[in-house]
Each structure stands twice: as structure tokens, then as C-alpha cells.
Design a protein. Structure first.
Lengths: 477, 631
């Protein structure tokens, strides 16, 4: 067995524990080294992944662990995104949280879990990686120990998360019971032999799996935890939940539905379409009525899950490209928006939409960057969100879901309304406190890079699309 | 690839840098302006100067190793690929040089002219954006990018005409220009979409031309599409009946008129026709329409230029008239003639506008009746202005003589004697109104109230001198002087060499007209041998018709007031009651309400959430079990 193919995961695990150990030996005033260690480590893991996994298409442990361009694409995505989250967390952790060692160590462990998830080739491996991810997140969500909201969020998340895991596990057991395997390709082969209509027990298993995964990605009606948890969690963790975790779950869903459940596409397509319609509508409608910006962004990300789910419902190579592209476009836009919220919170300690009044005068850069991020989330042209949404919607329309695309476009219009409310606050409403806001250099730099990324993806997505098409080729030939 | 492949010698791809630099200057000034100390104009000037440098480099590379098309994929949706691309050939290289040079001259000039102006930095930023957009129009290899840049050019024109937006007339003029050109642009867009559909999803010129030449586009479709595209060109190039915006556009600062409304933007329409010349050749009816519209425009506006009294307005009508000549030449099959006239006219007219600006700057006068003898007070400006006048009037050996001669030859050989005679009439008027300017503005006696007039600063004189030299000498590009250099026509019209023609009859007539026109002007305006007032009284009806611009503007205003606005009010009412109150606000309110109501589902209680999940699972399972709905 070629352990080099597993080296990035091993290295990342070592890094996570390394950070925990280094933390023990660092005096309090030197704790600031930890994020830099994590960053260098993440860069190293990224280099290892690109060096050893590039162009490989094979598996380890008898098919439990897959190495292909699909997983490599997502691993690179998670590592880069993880680095950005570490950079965004630095000042926040220093000011508002204690125990930085545990924070960064657990963050790294959760990235490891996501990497394992995209590589898993059978249900139980996927389940275990998902649990590793969830457990890391339970801790991270309640990391602000002194903040009752954060504690409440953690408790809700762990209770409902355990419930969702139970549903997922129960679903897996049904599938295993009826089809006799948990391997993705074996499930696909077994489904081909099944006669239609499928045995109700298999369908129940599918329904439970959809529910379990729907919880993790926050699809309606399994989304209700999300706003409470997003609002209560420390903001960098919220950003991470909204971008990273969502991407990891969708990576798993894409692989699961294309490699394992594809023969039964007629069965689940409509269910996913209904869930998608429900999710995007609920997310966008309720977002309108929010006054807390984190909560608003939480609902808006539920709306985005609806669009992504629509792509999965219309599963085809082009739709898979669209989902991945939009994950990326939505990811950088959302990260930029959350980073703006973090930077503002770091200085002012406020996170209500009304608190953003007059930001354009106090910090033109921050206001401009947040406007770019919000415009991109709404899907206006020249921003990443437009290009990626356009691709995704086109793919769904080609897949025959014209009604759903119409609904998605209507929802995009609605979303513009509540994004514009924030922009209106920043540009039109005068500030009560007119003093200039000083944004930290690192935070501002990362935000600048993200804004450039939004424009780059918006006007010149061609290289990205090429990479994504290669990745899709590994799961949907 | 836009970047040169290693090993290939040619560097013409780098032409894309020219628009990119100006666009960067715009963004730098607008976004980071507050961090740039003092005067931000130098960034814009630096960018366009670098663009001019790029032109020389591209020209050198082009002459040594030829041009080509270069593009990078922008995005692909289904089977349709859209790219960012440039085409470097004789046509675009000439335009690249023209635009960068005139823009550079005008920006330097503006340093003096706009000095002390509020929004000085914004003025230069928009100039940069304009240069970027115009260079993109010139360089692009596909319709999509063309259309975007085309609209951007229109926006910049709007911003610059209305630069002094505190003045109501300037704001009105900006609006008029934008709306009038937009009417043409609608045609352009429809034409582009027609070609896009007819070729099965292509935007790039070369593929469309290729398909059309293979007979892949039905000739009826092609003719209609080309006519619609020409409508766009008519709007931008101010051709009859869409010419009404250009004279009003003189409300903008003089350098703006020189750059945008004389040398660059207004020739975009001419350039578009030239760029699509292979397609127009396949649609002879459309080409005939181009010629007819050009001729009507040339005649109509030349006559109006004879009676206008505002210096810049005379120049504006003269510009429209000359744009008509260019369209007429193209419509007669005279590709070289049209492009050559574009080039010489651009230098001369930019010179005249800058000169007019300098006169206004030095004397504070804009009405030609109040000028006269200005050479005594502002010699450099007067000499430069005089050169511009003589060049456009067609006096040899200045540049306008050569190009006008070419146009006449093209019209005679392409469209026959009727067109030719009418063109001669327009050329005669052209010489006459130029003579009028020469005698009323530059020569003659200095009026008492102009004693204080003074020469402009050197930043304004320098561009004048540079343009004057070009207006003097650009004509010599035309004939082939040596065996190596075959003349401008051979350079431009590379497929079937079209050299500089000398037709004895035409040249004789053209000379007679030019000198005759100036002589007539001398008799009328300088010597008083013929009394202009007497003629005015004798032909009062004609004078009234001309001064009122053939009542075209009035007609449009009437249509707008009586038909468009009345209809508009009715639609506005319908919009307010049905669309707005019921449709938009109604849906908006119900969306908002449903959002607020749905919010109450979020109780914050864990057992409610878990119940929601259970209900979800059960419903999903039930749907599956009972049968899938058909959606």
C-alpha cells in the first residue's frame, strides 16, 4: 500500500496534535505563534497534497479511502479555506476567547475530518469522518465559555446533532440491511439489480440519510438549529460553519449520490427538488425579518443551500460542476462578508444591522468590501456570485428543473432586498459615532484578497471551471 | 493566449495593454484617489502616454511580423464560448495610434484648460475610462465585448458632456446625447443578436464573416442585421436623423468636444462599418443605405454650419457633415477613402476644437460675430486654427485635400454622377463655412472689446502645435512615394491593394471648389463684395429654415411632448396603480409579511426543532412511500 497517498491526512493529524502540544510549552505572551504554526502547517499539507495526489486515481484500504481529482480539489479548497479562517480568527481569538491552543488544534482536526469525508468511499467511513467533524464543531461553537449565547448554541447543536446522527446511522443500517454493503460502488451495483419500485425499506433508509445529511447542511426542514447556532457561535466559527462545513457536506453528497445512488436517481430527484425549493424559500423569506447580521447571514446561507441542493437534484456532470463552482463562489463571498462582520465586531463589539449605520464614512474600505461581498451573494454581474449562480442555474435548467430555476431566480431577487438593507445602512444612514474605524492590517489584507478573488471569479472563471470539470470527471465520467 | 508564446517573435498581442492601462488609471484614481497626493491628473496622462508607447511598439512588431487575433476564454456555457480577445490588423493599429495620440494631446491640453476646476480629478478619471472603453471598441475581436465597451463609451460621453451639470443646458444636452445614441444602440443590439442566432452562437467577427462568406446566413437576414447594426453606428456617429445630439453636446468642455465629439467616439460608428466591411459587401442594399444616409447627412449639416454663429456649433455641424463624407465613402465601397478621411479629419477637427477652446480661454468669446483679428493677440492659436481651417477646407497640400479627393474619387466610381454632384455641393459648402471661420475669427480687425485677449499657456499650445503639424502633413501618407511604401491605401486595404488614385477631372473640380469656396467666403465675409446681410434678407425663408435646423429638433420635441409624454403619462398611471401598488409593493409586502410570520417557527426550543426534523423525515418518507408527485 502506498502510504504517500495518505500522507497529507497523517501530516494534518500530526499538525493538530503538534499545535496542542506546543501550546503546553508556550508562555502566555507567546500564544500568538500558534496561528502562524497552523498556517505554515496548512501550507505544508497543501504542498504535500498537490505533490503526491496530483493526477492519481486509486484507492486505499480496499476502497474505503478514495484518491482522485475530486477529493484533491476539495482538499485544496478546505486547506486554503482553513488558512483563511485561521487568519480571520487571529485577532478575534486574542481579544475574545481563551485557550488558543485548543481552538486552533480543534480547527485543524475538523479540517482533517473534512478531508477524510471527501475521500471516503463507503458509508461508515463517511459517517465516522462526519462525526469527527461534528464533535470538533460542538466544541468550537461553545468556545466562548463566558458567553451564555455560545453555550446555548453548543448545547442545541450537540443535542440536535446527536439526533441527526442517529437518523443518519439508522438510514445507513437500512441500506446495509437491504443491499448488504456499505461501499459506494457496491451500493450502485446492488441498486441496479433491484427491481423498481424499490423496496420501501431502502427508501426509508434513503429518507433517513437525506434527513441526516440535510441537518448537517442546514436544509429545511432540518435547518432550525442553524440560526441559533450561527448567532451564538464565535463569528470566525460561524464563518467556518457556513463555508467549510457546508462545502464538506456537499462534497460527500455529490459523491454519495453520483457514485452510490445514481441508479435510483428517478426516486430521489424529486424529493431533493422539493427540499431545495423549501430551503431556498424559507431561508430567503426569513432572512428579511432579521435584525442581527450574523442571523441574517445564517438565513441567507440556508437560502444558498437551497440553490446548491437544486444542483444535486439535477445531478449531471454540468450540474456537479455548477455545485462545486457555486460552493467556491459562495464560499469566498460569504467568507468576505463574515470577515467584515468579524473586523467590525473586533473594534466595536456590535453585530446588529442597525449598528452598521454610516460605516462608509468611518471605514470606506470595510464598507466597500462588505458591499462587494453582499452584491456577490445576491448574484449581481461582475461578482463571483453571478457567474457561479449563472452556471448552476443553467445546469439545473438543462436538467429539466425549469420551475425550480424560476423559483431560485425569484429568491435571488428577494435576497437582494435584505442585502441592500445592510448596504443602505452603511452608505445612506449617518453614523451616530463619526470617528474613523481602524481595521487591523492582517484582517484588511485578507479581506482585500477575498474581494479581488470575488472579482476574479466573476470576470475570469475559465481556469477554475477547467479544474472543476476535471474534478467532476472523477465521480461522473 | 494574450501573452506571447516563448519563441514567437511577435509582440503585437501586447496591444491589450493600452486599454488596460487607462482602465487601471481610472480605478486607481476613483478608488484610491484619496491616497494619491495633490494632482491626480498625472496618472491618467501617464497611462495614456504609455498607451501611445504601446502603439509604437505594436506598430513596429506589426510591420516586422504581422498581426493576428488573440483571445483568452472568458466563460463557456453549454456550447457557447465567450472570450476576451483582440484583433490586431491594419485597421485597428491605425485606430490605436489615432485614439492614443489624440487622447494624449487632449489630456495634456486639459491640464491648462481645466485648471482650477472643481472635480479636476474626476474629469481626468473619466477621460481615462473613456480612453479604455474606446480602445476596447477599436481592438476587440467580438461583438459582445464591443457592445459593452460601446455602451461604456456612451456613459463616459454622458458624464463629460454633463461635466458642468450645475448648468441646466449641460445636463439636458447630456441626457439628449445619451438617449439619442441609445436609440441606435437598440438596433445594434438586435443586429448583434440576429447574427449570433444566424451563425449558431458566435460573437467573434472572424467566424461571423467566415460563415457569411460561405453563404451560411440568408441574405435577407444579413441585410436586416447589417441595417440594424448601422443604426447603432448612426447613433454614435450622429448621422441623420439621429444627428441632433452632437451640436448640443458642445455644452461640454472644449477638450471633451475635441476628443469625444470630433476625433474618437463619433468615429466609432464609421469604424464599426469599416470593421464589418466584408459583411456590408455581402449586403449591397445595406451598403447603399449607408451611402444615402451619409450623403443626406453631409449635405444637410453642411448647410446648417453656414449659418450658425456659435464657434463650437459651427464645428459640430461641420463634424457631422464630415462624418457623413466618411459614411458616404464607405457606402460607395471606398474603404481606404473613408478611413483616410477619418484620420485626417480627426487631426484637423481635434485641432479646431482645441483652438476654439483656446480662443474661448483667451478671449472669453464663443460667438464668431464678436471675434476677429485674434492673430494679433494669440498668434500660436490663430496659426494652428488657421491650419485646421485650411486642412478641412481642402486646400492643398494640407491633409484634408488628399482625403477629400479620395472620397470624391470613391463616390464617382462607386455610386455614379448623381451622388458625385451632390457630394461636390457638400464639399463646396464645407470650404465656404471654413472660409467664414477663417475670415471672421482669425483674420480681420481686432475688436475693441477683445483688446485684453491673451495667448494660452504652453500646456495648451503644445498639443495645438503637434496637431497642427499632423494636419499639415498627414496627407502625404496617401500617395506611394517609394517602391517600399505603397501609400496608406495599400497599407490599409491589404487584400486587394487600393492605391491612391489621381483622377485629373476630380482633382481639378475639387481644387476649383476649395479655392472657389474660400474666394466666395473672402468676398462675403472679408471684403464685403457680396453682402451677407443682403443674401440673408433675399432668402429669408431659407435662412430661417437653416437657423432652425430644418425644424428637425422641433419636430422631435413635438413628438416627445405630444406623443411620447402623453403615452408615458398613461403608462405611468398604469404602472403606479397596477404594477407598483398591486404588483410590486403588493408582492413585496406579502413577502415581508410571510418572512415575519415564518420567523415565529423559530422558537429557540430544542424540542420544537427536533419535532420539525421528525415531521420532515416522516413527510419525506411518506411522499416516497405513497408515490412521487410529478414535478
Amino acid at each position: 500500500m502506498n502510504y504517500l497517498l495518505f500522507l497529507p491526512e497523517l501530516a494534518l493529524a500530526a499538525l493538530a496534535f503538534g499545535v496542542l502540544v506546543i501550546d503546553l510549552f508556550l508562555p502566555r505572551e507567546r500564544k500568538g505563534y500558534l496561528p502562524w504554526v497552523s498556517l505554515v502547517g496548512l501550507a505544508g499539507v497543501l504542498a504535500l497534497s498537490l505533490r503526491y495526489l496530483w493526477g492519481k486515481d486509486t484507492n486505499l484500504y480496499g476502497g474505503l479511502f478514495l484518491v482522485d481529482s475530486f477529493s484533491l480539489f476539495f482538499k485544496a479548497f478546505f486547506l486554503v479555506m482553513g488558512g483563511l479562517v485561521v487568519l480571520s480568527s487571529m485577532e478575534y481569538v486574542k481579544r475574545h476567547l481563551s485557550h488558543p491552543g485548543e481552538y486552533y488544534g480543534i480547527l485543524l482536526l475538523s479540517i482533517l475530518a473534512m478531508m477524510l469525508m471527501t475521500s471516503s468511499g463507503e458509508l461508515l467511513t463517511a459517517y465516522i469522518s462526519l462525526e469527527l467533524l461534528s464533535f470538533s464543531l460542538y466544541v468550537l461553537v461553545s468556545f466562548a465559555r463566558g458567553d451564555p449565547k455560545s453555550n446555548e448554541a453548543g448545547l442545541k447543536y450537540i443535542l440536535l446533532g446527536a439526533f441527526a446522527s442517529a437518523l443518519l446511522l439508522y438510514g445507513i443500517s437500512h441500506v446495509y440491511g437491504m443491499l448488504g454493503t456499505t461501499g459506494f460502488t457496491e451500493i450502485s451495483a446492488a441498486l441496479l439489480l433491484e427491481e423498481t419500485p424499490l423496496n420501501p425499506a431502502v427508501l426509508l433508509g434513503l429518507a433517513l440519510i437525506v434527513a441526516g445529511l440535510g441537518f448537517k447542511m442546514a436544509a429545511a426542514p432540518f435547518h432550525m438549529w442553524a440560526p441559533d447556532v450561527y448567532e451564538g457561535a464565535p463569528t470566525p466559527v460561524t464563518a467556518y460553519l457556513a463555508v467549510g462545513v457546508k462545502a464538506a457536506v456537499f462534497a460527500l453528497v455529490l459523491r454519495l449520490f453520483s457514485q452510490a445512488f445514481m441508479p435510483a436517481i428517478e426516486e430521489w430527484q424529486v424529493i431533493l427538488a422539493i427540499l431545495a425549493a423549501l430551503t431556498m424559500t424559507v431561508g430567503n423569506l426569513v432572512a428579511i425579518a432579521q435584525s442581527n447580521i450574523k442571523r441574517m447571514l445564517a438565513y441567507s446561507s440556508i437560502g444558498q443551500v437551497g440553490y446548491l441542493l437544486m444542483g444535486v437534484a439535477a445531478l449531471s456532470p454540468m450540474a456537479s460542476d455548477g455545485v462545486m463552482l457555486h460552493l467556491l463562489g459562495y464560499g469566498i463571498s460569504n467568507l468576505a462578508a463574515f470577515l467584515g462582520v468579524i473586523l467590525y465586531y473586533n473594534v466595536t463589539g456590535k453585530e446588529n444591522i442597525a449598528d452598521y449605520a454610516g460605516l462608509a464614512d468611518r471605514s470606506p474600505f470595510l464598507a466597500m468590501a462588505m458591499s462587494v461581498a453582499l452584491f456577490s451573494l445576491a448574484g449581481l454581474p461582475f461578482f463571483a456570485g453571478f457567474t457561479t449562480k449563472f452556471y448552476l442555474f443553467t445546469a439545473a435548467a438543462e436538467g429539466g428543473f425549469l420551475w425550480l430555476v424560476g423559483l431560485a431566480i425569484t429568491n435571488s431577487l428577494i435576497s437582494l432586498y435584505y442585502y441592500l438593507i445592510v448596504i443602505k445602512q452603511m452608505y445612506m444612514v449617518p453614523a451616530s459615532d463619526k470617528s474613523a474605524l481602524k481595521v487591523s492590517l492582517i484582517g484588511g489584507g485578507v479581506l482585500g484578497v477575498l474581494v479581488l478573488g470575488i472579482f476574479l471569479v466573476g470576470v475570469y472563471p475559465a481556469p477554475l471551471v477547467d479544474a472543476i470539470q476535471g474534478a467532476t470527471g472523477a465521480i461522473l465520467p | 493566449m494574450l501573452f506571447p508564446e516563448p519563441g514567437t517573435a511577435s509582440g503585437v498581442q501586447w496591444a491589450w495593454l493600452a486599454p488596460a492601462l487607462s482602465a487601471s488609471a481610472f480605478f486607481a484614481v476613483v478608488l484610491l484617489g484619496r491616497f494619491i497626493p495633490r494632482n491626480r491628473a498625472f496618472l491618467s496622462i501617464l497611462a495614456i502616454a504609455a498607451g501611445f508607447g504601446v502603439f509604437w511598439y505594436v506598430l513596429k512588431e506589426f510591420l516586422s511580423s504581422g498581426g493576428g487575433e488573440f483571445s483568452v476564454k472568458w466563460f463557456t456555457v453549454g456550447d457557447i464560448t465567450v472570450s476576451w480577445g483582440i484583433v490586431v490588423d491594419e485597421l485597428s493599429v491605425v485606430m490605436l495610434g489615432l485614439v492614443t495620440f489624440v487622447a494624449l494631446a487632449v489630456q495634456v491640453y486639459s491640464l491648462g484648460y481645466m485648471k482650477g476646476e472643481a472635480r479636476f480629478g474626476w474629469y481626468f478619471a473619466v477621460h481615462s475610462l473613456f480612453a479604455a472603453a474606446m480602445l476596447t471598441v477599436v481592438l476587440t475581436d467580438n461583438f459582445l465585448l464591443l457592445y459593452m465597451a460601446w455602451e461604456l463609451v456612451g456613459v463616459c460621453s454622458y458624464l463629460l458632456i454633463g461635466f458642468w451639470y450645475e448648468r441646466r443646458s449641460a445636463a439636458e444636452a447630456a441626457k439628449k446625447a445619451f438617449i439619442t445614441t441609445r436609440i441606435g444602440d437598440v438596433g445594434l443590439l438586435i443586429g448583434i443578436i440576429m447574427l449570433f442566432k444566424a451563425t449558431g452562437g458566435h460573437f467573434d467577427y472572424s467566424t461571423i464573416v467566415h460563415v457569411a462568406e460561405e453563404g451560411g446566413i440568408a441574405s435577407g437576414t444579413l441585410t436586416v442585421a447589417m441595417l440594424l447594426i448601422f443604426l447603432g453606428a448612426m447613433g454614435k456617429s450622429a448621422q441623420f436623423p439621429l444627428h441632433v445630439w452632437l451640436p448640443d453636446a458642445m455644452e461640454g468642455p472644449a477638450p471633451v468636444s475635441a476628443l469625444i465629439h470630433a476625433a474618437t467616439m463619433v468615429v466609432a460608428g464609421v469604424y464599426l462599418v469599416a470593421r464589418l466591411f466584408p459583411l456590408f459587401l455581402l449586403a449591397p442594399t445595406a451598403l447603399l443605405v449607408v451611402a444615402i444616409i451619409g450623403l443626406i447627412t453631409a449635405l444637410l449639416t453642411a448647410s446648417m454650419a453656414l449659418v450658425m454663429t456659435d464657434l463650437k456649433r459651427v464645428l459640430a455641424y461641420s463634424t457631422i457633415s464630415h462624418l457623413g463624407f466618411m459614411m458616404l465613402a464607405l457606402g460607395s465601397g471606398g474603404f481606404t477613402a473613408g478611413m483616410f478621411h477619418l484620420l485626417t479629419h480627426a487631426f484637423a477637427k481635434a485641432l479646431l476644437f482645441l483652438g476654439a477652446g483656446s480662443i474661448a480661454h483667451g478671449s472669453g468669446k464663443t460667438d464668431i460675430r464678436e471675434m476677429g483679428g485674434l492673430w494679433r493677440r494669440m498668434p500660436v492659436t490663430a496659426v494652428a486654427f488657421g491650419i485646421g481651417v485650411l486642412a478641412l477646407g481642402g486646400i492643398p497640400p494640407l491633409s484634408g485635400f488628399f482625403s477629400k479627393d479620395e472620397v470624391l474619387v470613391a463616390v464617382l466610381s462607386g455610386r455614379g454622377p448623381v451622388f458625385f454632384v451632390l457630394t461636390l455641393a457638400a464639399a463646396l459648402m464645407s470650404a465656404m463655412y471654413m472660409a467664414r471661420l477663417l475670415f471672421l475669427v482669425v483674420l480681420g480687425n481686432l475688436k475693441k472689446e477683445n483688446e485684453h485677449a491673451h495667448e494660452s499657456p504652453w500646456v495648451m499650445k503644445l498639443p495645438l502645435v503637434a496637431l497642427a503639424i499632423l494636419a499639415l502633413t498627414a496627407g502625404f501618407l496617401a500617395p506611394g512615394w517609394t517602391s517600399d511604401y505603397k501609400g496608406f491605401g495599400a497599407f490599409l486595404f491589404h487584400e486587394e491593394p487600393e492605391a491612391y488614385h489621381i483622377n485629373g477631372l476630380v482633382m481639378g473640380l475639387s481644387l476649383a471648389l476649395a479655392f472657389g469656396g474660400f474666394a466666395l467666403g473672402w468676398a462675403l465675409y472679408s471684403r464685403g463684395l457680396l453682402s451677407a446681410d443682403r443674401i440673408r434678407e433675399r432668402f429669408a425663408w431659407l435662412h430661417r429654415l437653416l437657423v432652425n435646423k430644418y425644424y428637425i429638433d422641433a419636430l422631435y420635441q413635438w413628438v416627445i411632448n405630444r406623443i411620447v409624454l402623453v403615452l408615458g403619462r398613461f403608462i405611468a398611471l398604469f404602472d403606479r396603480v397596477v404594477i407598483n401598488d398591486t404588483g410590486v409593493n403588493g408582492t413585496g409586502r406579502s413577502v415581508l409579511l410571510s418572512g415575519i410570520r415564518l420567523r415565529y417557527l423559530e422558537t429557540g426550543k430544542v424540542y420544537n426543532y427536533a419535532l420539525g426534523m421528525v415531521v420532515g423525515v416522516v413527510v419525506v418518507a411518506l411522499i416516497w412511500w405513497l408515490g412521487l408527485p410529478n414535478v
